[in-house]
Ligand binder design. Structure first.
Ligand code: NAG
Ligand code: NAG
Ligand code: NAG
Ligand code: NAG
Ligand code: NAG
Ligand code: NAG
Ligand code: NAG
Length: 464
């Protein structure tokens, strides 16, 4: 045994030396420590659109950054954001492992069946769209983890609507507003999918809806039909959404939710005859930069080659699931069996850091820590691989690449797709056969294309 020790020591030390100092330097990037600091002013300069005739682009900004038209008073700390995100991801994972049937509350005191949505308090990206005729600006949280969109609507008062900056949407001032009547397929489908559907109110004419989210917030109101303006001159008719007359929970300042899940109630599925059941977004590297949301497949034309694709596993209604097959750190694959990824990965806009299965996470952590061994590791309540970069003007970070089934490989943005608040932006989710979740930090600067119509997910580098 003793004779093996020097060899073993060299395997460890020499690997470290070669990773950190030579040979594999292409797998490492020196970045100024200021690269993670948002600017005080909004920047839109990095958005690189790849437009096709059948797509529409909507600017997308961070709720807490200078690009947002209205500033939320709720500016949660990083650990609070992670706590909210963990509640969201727990909820999503429980839904995925239980199957996707509409969930109904058993509580006998609640007479109407209540649809449970994912949690909304961890959502951080907003888009501004126009609702009604004439169009009224509405700032909506973008959410790939729920299906029924809604806005706060008149009539409601200070107990039933939370404060928002824009004037409340007033159906009576729109010439295109119409409640969805009870005796329609649209209402029956909504009820059938577990969103309440209360045909006794309003003289039996209007279709009610109710959603309770995993974070305890809720909305109820009237399922409605309206014109939705996505961009100047680009309006879709017959957008079905919830006109919310009674909201509660942790909501603040935004006007509602734009839901982009995979079930029939979502904007994507409603508009599939126009936009082919496809949408994409690019989340910017920093909260001071703008990104975009696009409806339609931006990959169908001449520049399809700028995307890499992986098959979408279609068994989930709301969530978008793909298979991951490999993780590379500084050019080296982490050494785990394929079964480490057997649970699949949900791609979600509202989960902050990637939730990785047990075996893969622990292997990633070891390799990443080794690659970052030059920097002092400091404990942090929520994440376990955090660094103290005080005194460094630049930091040498390993590139991290994720490979998905079919070979699609994405390089995470350096440093903002890898590190968040000086921590490795991954954490352990659960057993290997349970789904993980690709978080929004790790998706930064990539255009992520959810091409439901063609059963695939695409990624385009450096899109914003
Ligand atoms: C296609 O992609 C190339 C390189 O990314 C870009 O220069 C070009 O403008 C794109 N073409 C279109 C039509 O968007
Ligand atoms: C708000 O409206 C609800 C429902 O219409 C009503 O029960 C409540 O008393 C109102 N509250 C205030 C403060 O006006
Ligand atoms: C209602 O659901 C059925 C079955 O999924 C579907 O074929 C139909 O198009 C839906 N109708 C409306 C108006 O949503
Ligand atoms: C259903 O109708 C009752 C009575 O009008 C009302 O109190 C309740 O809020 C309605 N629920 C929904 C989900 O519309
Ligand atoms: C995803 O992975 C699971 C488990 O490894 C496998 O059964 C399934 O065929 C894979 N699906 C795709 C689309 O790659
Ligand atoms: C980080 O490093 C600086 C400089 O070495 C030191 O003063 C500080 O206490 C460290 N902070 C933590 C949280 O360890
Ligand atoms: C990183 O910082 C060190 C000292 O702080 C400096 O010597 C080195 O040139 C810097 N490297 C880059 C690529 O900026």
């Amino acid at each position: 045994m003793a004779s093996l020790l020097p060899l073993l020591a060299c395997v460890i030390l020499c690997t470290y030396y070669s990773l950190a100092h030579g040979g594999k330097e292409h797998g490492f990037v020196a970045v100024p420590t200021t690269a993670s600091e948002p600017e005080a002013v909004c920047s839109t300069s990095r958005v690189r659109l790849d437009p096709e005739s059948n797509t529409v682009f909507v600017p997308l900004v961070h709720l807490h950054g200078p690009c947002a038209a209205t500033q939320s008073s709720d500016k949660p700390s990083f650990s609070e954001r992670l706590r909210r995100s963990r509640a969201r991801s727990k909820y999503i994972m429980s839904r995925v492992s239980k199957g996707m049937e509409g969930t109904t509350r058993d509580d006998a005191s609640v007479s109407i069946p209540t649809h449970l949505g994912g949690s909304v308090d961890s959502l951080e990206y907003v888009v501004t769209v126009g609702l009604g005729t004439p169009a009224v600006s509405q700032v909506l949280l973008m959410d790939t983890g729920s299906d029924l969109s809604w806005v706060q609507c008149k009539p409601c008062n200070s107990t039933t609507c939370y404060p928002q900056n824009d004037p409340l949407f007033d159906p009576s001032k729109s010439s295109t507003y119409a409640p969805v009547p009870c005796n329609t397929d649209a209402c029956r489908n909504l009820t059938g999918n577990g969103y309440g559907g209360n045909c006794t109110s309003g003289g039996g004419a209007q279709c009610g809806f109710a959603i309770t989210y995993g974070d305890g917030s809720q909305t109820t109101g009237v399922y409605s039909n309206e014109a939705l303006t996505l961009a100047p001159g680009v309006a879709v008719k017959d957008f079905h959404f919830g006109c919310g007359h009674d909201q509660g929970g942790n909501n603040d300042k935004y006007d509602g939710l734009l839901s982009l899940g995979g079930a029939p109630e979502s904007l994507v599925m409603q508009m599939s005859s126009v936009y082919g059941g496809a949408f994409s977004y690019c989340l910017p590297a920093l909260s001071s930069q703008a990104g975009f949301l696009a409806l339609g497949a931006t990959s169908s034309g001449v520049n399809a080659s700028s995307f890499v694709f992986t098959p979408m596993i279609q068994e989930q209604k709301t969530y978008y699931l793909v298979n991951m097959t490999r993780i590379t750190v500084g050019g080296e694959s982490i050494d785990v069996p394929q079964s480490a990824f057997s649970g699949g990965m949900i791609i979600d806009s509202g989960t902050v850091v990637t939730q990785l299965q047990h075996t893969a996470y622990n292997a990633l952590k070891v390799v990443f820590r080794r690659a970052m061994a030059a920097y002092p590791l400091v404990p942090n309540g929520e994440l376990d691989t955090c660094y103290n970069f005080t005194g460094y003007s630049n930091v040498t970070v390993p590139r991290v690449a994720l490979t998905f089934s079919g070979g699609a490989t994405i390089d995470l943005d350096v440093p903002n797709g890898i590190l968040s608040d000086d921590c490795l932006a991954f954490r352990e989710s659960g057993p290997d056969d349970q789904a993980g979740i690709l978080g929004n930090v790790n998706q930064r600067t990539l255009e992520v294309l959810y091409d439901v119509g063609r059963g695939r997910v695409g990624f385009r580098a450096a899109a914003c």
